[in-house]
Each structure stands twice: as structure tokens, then as C-alpha cells.
Design a protein around this ligand. Structure first.
Ligand code: AMP
Length: 312
């Protein structure tokens, strides 16, 4: 069974969307990614930090799903990372109203011995300095190192972020982040620039429009699963990353063809997250629910190929 090492935040989020206000609820990039990765056959270890105010029952729920929390540090006298976000009417745009790093400032990540040789590493949304410390502790070169980041880190730690980007295989960004990182407005041009920075692959997430994978082998695009109910997009990107890695962990080798499948699987898993506030929906779903949705998605996107295109 492959090992996934996954780093990111454990958070209290407060989210307002046109559908309502969440109040203070558990979230964080590591949490969404871990819940998604736990839908697949692998051993996933989390690297994160929480304050004494974070509910232990929630951490227990993660352990009950088979996730290893040996790399999660708890600081009893500190407050958990806090993020407050506001989504506009179309939910494609959001503003960050508050980010309080709190306990994150004291965090020095320690990769547990059992995960120093992880097969797939997700450096989820965190300070690039912390992401670097994690990379430095790995004993074996992983098959795939994925990096997720956010405009917050592009603004507060741009130099360090560029150094991490140089060291990873795959960068995940949304369209706005791709633009901010490269100064290029078109995703294709932005992706080409990012491939020059070091990674072999780039995924540009396009919210309700899907996601595109770029590499030297070419480009692959997936639409998003068309949803009737969309309540809260928070965590969709992290869910995508966790499911992408989870899906890849079930293959022997990791290449562009496998990543095409993982891209579709990531987009479909993320579609569950946005159906309700926080992690509520993601906590409920089973592997079977995901497979049913994947089948529906395949039916929706498959079309009979005319003879003349078959050799293409
Ligand atoms: P996403 O919607 O996929 O971008 O992820 C949102 C999640 O990321 C929320 O649960 C937040 O707690 C967390 N988050 C927000 N800002 C940051 C940040 N600057 N660094 C790390 N995690 C963050």
C-alpha cells in the first residue's frame, strides 16, 4: 500500500456565502485533503498543528477514518489557525476577510519516521518555509511531490515560495493565483511560465468550470461535475488535491495518463465538498458515492466518436 504524506492547516473557518453563514467550524487545507485521501486505499499521514481550542472529537473522527495523526502537534495554550472568508453571489469570487496565523507561527513540522519515505507528498497550503522544512526531512525521493499555495503566501513570502516551487513535481493553482504568480492572464501562457520555474506538471483549477493539467506530454482538461446545489466552495481545492493523490496512490506508477484519471476523480470528489458548509458533506460520503458520481460524469461527457477521428 502506498504512503501519502500530507501537510496543511487545521483551522477554524468562518464562511459567508449567499446561502448563509457557517459560524466557527473546523476546516483547514490538511483536513479537507486528508478526508478526500481517506476515500482511497493507501496509508495517509498528516502534518499539521492545532491549538488547545480545537475539538478533540474532530481529530478522533480523522483517526477513525484510518488517517495517521502522529505528525499533528497540539499546543494546549495556543489558538488554532483562523480564516474568515466571504463569497460573492456567483461564488467564483471570494474575499479573505481575516487570516490569523495563531499557533502556525510556533509550528516546526516533524515528519514521523514512518512517512519519511512517502510515495506521494502533498505540500498543502502553508507557509513556504514550513513546506521547505518538510521536504528537507524526507529520506527518499518521492514519486510525486505536489504543491498547493495561495495568494496570501505569494504576497507574504514570495522568495521562499519560488524556492519551493523549484523543488516540486506538480504545482496546483487556481486561475487567479496562476495570473498573480506569472503576470500572464491566459491560463495556457501562465502554465507555460510555471513549467519553466521547475515543476514538470501544473494543474490550473477553474472552479465550477473544471481543471486543466499541463505537462510536457500535453494538456488535458476536465469539466466540473454539474451541481444543482452549491452552498460553500471552501476546501474544494484541497479536496481536489487529496483525491488526486489518493487516486494516484492506487496505481503502480505515476505518469501523465494516470494523472488524467486522477484529475477527473479530483474534480468529482471536490463537487461533494461544495454541496454543504465545511467538511459536512465530505465526512458523509463513501467510496461507493464517489464511484456512482464518476459513472454519471462519464456518461455525461462520453460521446460516440466518428470513424474519421479514431486514428487521432
Ligand atoms: P480552498 O477553498 O481549497 O482554498 O481552501 C480553504 C481552506 O484553506 C480553509 O479551510 C482555510 O482554513 C484554509 N486556508 C485559508 N487561508 C489559508 C492560508 N493562507 N494558508 C493555509 N490555509 C489556509
Amino acid at each position: 500500500m502506498k504512503k501519502i504524506l500530507l501537510a496543511g492547516t487545521i483551522a477554524f473557518d468562518e464562511i459567508t456565502t449567499p446561502f448563509g453563514h457557517s459560524g466557527r467550524i473546523p476546516g483547514g487545507s490538511a483536513v479537507y485533503a486528508a478526508l478526500a485521501a481517506s476515500l482511497f486505499r493507501n496509508k495517509t499521514g498528516m502534518i499539521s498543528v492545532a491549538g488547545g481550542d480545537f475539538p478533540s472529537v474532530y481529530l478522533q473522527m480523522l483517526e477513525d477514518r484510518g488517517l495517521s495523526l502522529n505528525g499533528v502537534q497540539i499546543f494546549p495554550n495556543e489558538k488554532t489557525f483562523y480564516w474568515k472568508g466571504f463569497y460573492y453571489d456567483d461564488m467564483n469570487r471570494r474575499d479573505t476577510l481575516v487570516t490569523r496565523e495563531n499557533v502556525l507561527r510556533k509550528f516546526r513540522p516533524v515528519v514521523p519516521d514512518g512517512f519519511k519515505n512517502a510515495d506521494i507528498v502533498i505540500l498543502g497550503n502553508l507557509h513556504p518555509g514550513i513546506q521547505t522544512e518538510i521536504l528537507d526531512q524526507l529520506t527518499d525521493r518521492p514519486e510525486l511531490v505536489m504543491l498547493d499555495t495561495m495568494n496570501y503566501w505569494m504576497e507574504t513570502a514570495p522568495r521562499l515560495l519560488r524556492q519551493v516551487i523549484e523543488r516540486v513535481d506538480l504545482l496546483l493553482v487556481n486561475e487567479e493565483e496562476a495570473r498573480q504568480l506569472t503576470g500572464k492572464t491566459h491560463p495556457l501562457h501562465a502554465a507555460a511560465d510555471i513549467l519553466e520555474m521547475g515543476p514538470r506538471y501544473v494543474i490550473v483549477k477553474q472552479g465550477e468550470y473544471g481543471a486543466a493539467l499541463f505537462g510536457e506530454e500535453g494538456v488535458f482538461y476536465t469539466p466540473a461535475y454539474p451541481l444543482e446545489i452549491l452552498r460553500d466552495p471552501t476546501g474544494a481545492g484541497d479536496t481536489f488535491a487529496g483525491a488526486f493523490a489518493g487516486h494516484l496512490s492506487e496505481y503502480d506508477a505515476v505518469g501523465f495518463e494516470e494523472m488524467k484519471n486522477a484529475l477527473v476523480c479530483g474534480a468529482n470528489t471536490a463537487s461533494f465538498t461544495v454541496e454543504d458548509f465545511g467538511t459536512r458533506r465530505l465526512e458523509q460520503i463513501t467510496r461507493e458515492d464517489l464511484e456512482t458520481r464518476m459513472r454519471e460524469f462519464i456518461d455525461m461527457t462520453r460521446f460516440p466518436l466518428q470513424e474519421k477521428y479514431k486514428s487521432v
